[in-house]
Design a protein around this ligand. Sequence first.
Ligand code: AFP
Length: 314
Amino acid sequence: MEHFNSTPLQIDLRRHLRENDEDRDLTRLICEIADASKYIINAIRTGDLGMAGTSNLYGEKQLALDVLSDRIIIKRLRHSGVVANLVSEESDEVVSIDPDNEDKFSVAFDPLDGSSLVDVNMAVGTIVSIYKGGNLLQPGRNQVAAMYILYGPRTTLVYSTGKGVHEFGMNSLMEYTLNYQNIRMTGPARIYSPGGLRSKYTPGTERFARTLEENGTKLRYSGGFVPDINQLLIKRGGVFMYPHLTDAPSGKLRLLYELNPMAFLVEQAGGAASDGRRRILDIEPDSVDLRAPVFIGTPAAVALAEQCIREEEG
Ligand code: AFP
């Protein structure tokens, strides 16, 4: 019996990039990261959860998986031949590979976002932000691509190069094949993901959360940024927030590694992303470890958050 590796209708990641006339080096970079995810999947499924003992820039103990995932991606990027600089949420400095080559790409990534969820068997992800040239301190609107890989019950990969948002699923041969292309967040916000302690919400955010609940919006929050954002995209609507808090005015999430790539993807799907007052993608970073508050998802919900904050907090 003849065995098809894949049905004729299945389009794999590399073919999708080529059929969209993507830059050859950018295609190579995206596919290198997709390949790296296969080793991360193996590490998650079989790896040691013991504490690695080292700490990252934010003083958080690094799980072995964090460190291992970081090394897997850095090794692939270092030898890809298309990277100028890279910086990881796990490391504390920019890794220069071909730093002055403006024809190459710079990459900011979180190798395993939500890693503290692995030991309770909840979904985690890799988040990647890609810029042209050597400068990593650019506003997110300058990204040439963003992507994430979601390690959940299924492994899925979502990417955009500015021509829409596309989701791929990993098949039995560990190939990424197209599930949906040009995903659009056209629906209303029927779900919301409220990060941070409610008791620490400022008046504007508190009013926003209360309004959502009064409108019957359902709370869905996993504690993992990648699955929580993915849910908004695949359900075509909803809103995620990790707001400014009374004891943390910049919120928790990192601009370069988490907010910029997700804001790029969500905007490409017709959504919006704000820090409560301005567009996330317009923030001019002055350091790699910048944090910012975030309201991201259905445009009407993000606009409502900004209105509540403006009216309650000036
Ligand atoms: P870790 O990567 O340290 O587990 O943090 C995950 C995260 O940055 C993001 O994935 C979640 O949206 C957010 O933190 C959850 O934060 P809380 O645990 O404070 O809800």
